[in-house]
Design a protein around this ligand. Sequence first.
Ligand code: PEP
Length: 251
Amino acid sequence: MKRRPLLAGNWKMHTTVIEACHLAAEIGKCSTALDDRDVLLAPPFTVLSEVAHVLKDSKILIASQNVCWEEQGAFTGEISPTMVRSAGGTAAIIGHSERRQIFHEDNEMVNKRVHGALRFGLTPILCIGETLEEREGGGTLKVLEEQVRGGLAGVSSDGMAKTVVAYEPVWAIGTGKTATKEQAQEVHAFVRKLLAEMYEKDIADSVRILYGGSVNVNNVDELMAQADIDGALVGGAALNAESFCRIINFT
Ligand code: PEP
């Protein structure tokens, strides 16, 4: 099945308002002719609406880097799905390894966030990935299965059809070490097979599975050529307009 590629930039905790507007404008300029793929930016919460405003005439999608499961209330430091939508966002990154590792978010919390996003009409981008220790101990697929099953617990077929999965090996994020195309493809095929067990095959076949972990201008083409890699979640290289433009223009 042909899936529409999705190239996503995660700006993490970078950019002031002025920097974000400038970067967004530069990326907007190089994305005008891209009709066969989706491009998405996940800026910090503080600049979501500014970036959405700068890109209002483009097709670039906006996502938050996390999202709460409640619409409002006493959740200091969180952002609600309604707030993301009101700022111009249509998607939310959930379960990024930095949230899991530094802020101790577990599969149960990730799952609540996925449900929250879906309930309020945001596309969840569910991140999964093993640590180096888990990979070297032979536990990669087991950990990923737990993250997929845990993160998607109770998600209906309809919800799954709207969800994006991002495989990001923790050891490859921000390290300059990319998974080889074979390593990435193996995991993506495994995740798709697992989704086919959990849902209908046509849903598994249509879900986009992104690869993330030191994607750059030199490796994007070979990663994107893999059968089950449907896009990229890009951190460092998304902070530079020139490199992100090259990435979204992958061949
Ligand atoms: C990320 O932030 O999701 C990521 C993959 O970062 P990097 O591209 O810098 O490894």
